[in-house]
Ligand binder design. Sequence first.
Ligand SMILES: Cc1cc2nc3c(=O)[nH]c(=O)nc-3n(C[C@H](O)[C@H](O)[C@H](O)COP(=O)(O)O)c2cc1C
Length: 201
Amino acid sequence: MHVKTASTDYPVLNTIRDRWSPRAFANRPVAREDLLSILEAARWAPSCYNDQPWFFILAEKSAQELYEKMFNCLLPGNQKWATSAPVLMLSVARTSFAQSGKPNQHALHDVGQAVAQLSIQAVSVGIFVHQMAGFNKDKARTAFSIPDEFDPVAAIALGYPGDPIHLPEDLKTMESAPRQRRTLSEFVFNGTFGTTTDILP
Ligand SMILES: Cc1cc2nc3c(=O)[nH]c(=O)nc-3n(C[C@H](O)[C@H](O)[C@H](O)COP(=O)(O)O)c2cc1C
């Protein structure tokens, strides 16, 4: 299995360290019980007022027509690789609180958090998630009859990592490139925004 372990400055959970976003997936369906556990992890994410504004439209490759409908919503750059994913999903946010009907300014935050939980749970059973902003929102809204008060957020490919040999050349290079992140000193502040925190050595 292709691994891209994060080179962390401080210890983190193995599942956080090992998660990455592959573009090559194995030609193997995702076990139903694993898929359900992954979605259950999203279910238990915290959310503003416990509104749980996340929704997922699911398309397994075995359901060919549905899968194609989802695949056709992806932008061409993502279609180049996502075709190998055994499962495609679309995350959707309810943009107003269910109780009050008032706008939920944190709906996107909460959907992202649910997807983060789902991604980490997935790694624990050897499944990897690749989120995509590159999809056509209007097309998705029409294809899946998403009402106006809900917003398509991100497309998601998931499956077991595959052999990058089958990827186009440019993507093959990206697949093996090391994962990079800003350092804590660049985004953890004390007092004034921009002033690095003094908890760092
Ligand atoms: C909301 C979101 C949108 C993304 N959109 C795309 C996309 O359209 N296409 C793509 O190839 N990767 C996409 N990515 C994947 C990121 O490029 C990737 O997470 C980032 O480079 C860090 O790599 P890692 O996840 O392997 O650590 C997206 C990730 C997120 C969270």
